[in-house]
Ligand binder design. Structure first.
Ligand code: ADP
Ligand code: MG
Length: 446
């Protein structure tokens, strides 16, 4: 198992998995796992209970094995997930404790997602100020709800959890509920199945603050939306503070009823953009200080200029460099940093397939993937198709010919013309250029 022992290997694997998953997902399923034993070429990993172990196996098993084989360079390694029998209960993933004390889903709060650990810059100033204000002063009508939106990995979960930490530190006379929208939906569905809505109602009872992460996942969940709308109004009318995060602004949330959207817009809507260079550098400095890592300014400069769109990637790189440096006892120099960045950007591009690029583009232009790939030549379909072709060319290593076949057997010159056409259009149409940049950003941070 050289150069890593199995326990370190599992830690590195977790580091990598954390980069790839939503933080709520990582927290819920993987955070509390530990290496237990090695059995031939099989690493045995223990989880809180067998329910969690089973879920991890089916949802993340392949990905985790893939990671562990990559890191170790040993393709024969396998993973086994174990846990004691689960208590009979809702999901084993989270305790839905009644909100009558300061204990509200502590499981989901990450210890370093605090205001102290949040670097403020022009890109996130307003969201930060809003979060700070509501955590000091409850129910100020101007900031209720506080709606924070921005792309993946830019600090939304960090900020909303910072509010929770702040409330908790205060000795918490004020009760909060931090919940991911996915969990809310899951809870609601279980209530529907059991025809008993107590658990759903309890989520909102007796709280002063509702902190709800990733509200975009309400998409398509009509009944949950309806139920949530009533709870939202009730809390709002009673002067309770509501904070929501989303990957896009309220008016761009697809399929959400107008009245819910206008509720979301009625307080403070604040966006978070990708950080500027100075902010990225400041974040890196904070991260290396936390990791007690000795890295020269040159190397930090290099990292800050290589990774521009996603803070999660910045912190992923630092965590991995720290792990490697601790395990091998070597210093983090430019060589190591370059290697790490190459491999982390590599992981990103490897995961992009023509299929997922096409579906993101189709969604963004409001057409179906099959229209996008099909034969129609109407302008509202042609343009997104050309955009998709040019992004696939840029972000994958596919040949023009293969891209053509992907789009219902077109030939390579059609693809080439499309790419040229998009370049031309971008020069003339800044709006389109911005839109394409937006899509690219979404894709590289998937
Ligand atoms: P999102 O919820 O927007 O996808 P997260 O809140 O999970 O993103 O942030 C991703 C990572 O980047 C986390 O590790 C977080 O601590 C870190 N991060 C994001 N913004 C900042 C910031 N301004 N200062 C310090 N760390 C940040
Ligand atoms: Mg998040």
């Amino acid at each position: 198992m050289e150069p890593y022992n199995p326990s370190d290997l599992w830690k590195l694997c977790l580091n990598e998995a954390e980069k790839r998953l939503e933080s709520t997902e990582f927290e819920a399923w993987l955070r509390n796992s530990s290496y237990e034993d090695i059995n031939g070429t099989r690493l045995v990993i223990r989880f809180r209970n067998s329910f969690v172990a089973g879920h991890v196996k089916s949802r993340f098993g392949d990905m985790l094995e893939d990671i562990i084989r990559n890191i170790s360079g040993r393709s024969e390694l396998a993973l086994q997930f174990i846990g004691d029998p689960a208590e009979p209960g809702p999901s084993g993933s989270v305790k839905l404790s009644p909100a009558n004390s300061s204990s509200t889903d502590k499981t989901f709060l990450r210890s370093n997602y605090t205001f102290e650990h949040f670097v403020v810059g022009p890109s996130n100033q307003l969201a930060h100020a809003g979060a700070l204000a509501v955590s000091r002063d409850i129910g100020s009508t101007n900031y209720n709800p506080l709606f924070i939106y921005g792309g993946v990995g830019l600090g939304k979960t960090h900020l909303i959890q910072a509010i929770a930490h702040h409330l908790r530190q205060e000795g918490s006379k004020r009760v909060f509920r931090y919940i991911s929208t996915e969990l809310l939906v899951e809870t609601f569905i279980k209530c529907v199945i059991n025809n008993d809505y107590t658990k759903f109602r309890k989520l909102f009872q007796g709280i002063d603050y509702l902190l709800m992460d990733d509200i975009q996942f309400l998409k398509g969940k009509v009944e949950t939306q309806e139920a949530f709308f009533h709870r939202f109004n009730e809390l709002h009318q009673h002067g309770k503070q509501i904070v929501l995060t989303s990957d896009r602004p309220p008016h761009e949330l697809p399929d959400l009823p107008e009245r819910l959207i206008s509720r979301f817009q009625s307080g403070l809507v604040a966006d978070i953009k990708p950080p500027e260079y100075e902010t990225r550098l400041a974040i890196l400095q904070l991260l290396v200080r936390d990791e007690e890592l000795d890295v020269s300014q040159d190397v930090l400069d290099f990292i800050a200029s290589s990774i521009r769109k996603n803070v999660r990637q910045l912190s992923g790189v630092i965590h991995r460099l720290a792990a490697i440096s601790r395990l091998t006892g070597s210093r983090v120099d430019m060589n190591l940093a370059q290697k790490e960045i190459r491999s982390s950007l590599g992981t990103i591009t490897r995961r992009l397939t023509p299929g997922n690029i096409a579906s993101v583009v189709a969604e963004d232009f409001d057409i179906s993937p099959s229209q996008l790939k099909g034969k129609q030549r109407k302008r509202n379909i042609l343009l997104p198709r050309q955009v998709a072709m040019s992004l696939i060319r840029e972000l994958t290593s596919m040949s023009l010919k293969d891209i053509g076949s992907f789009f219902s057997g077109r030939d390579h010159s059609t693809v080439l013309n499309s790419i040229d056409r998009i370049e031309e259009l971008k020069d003339k149409d800044p709006e389109l250029e911005r839109k394409i940049e937006e899509i690219r950003r979404k894709l590289v941070s998937i």
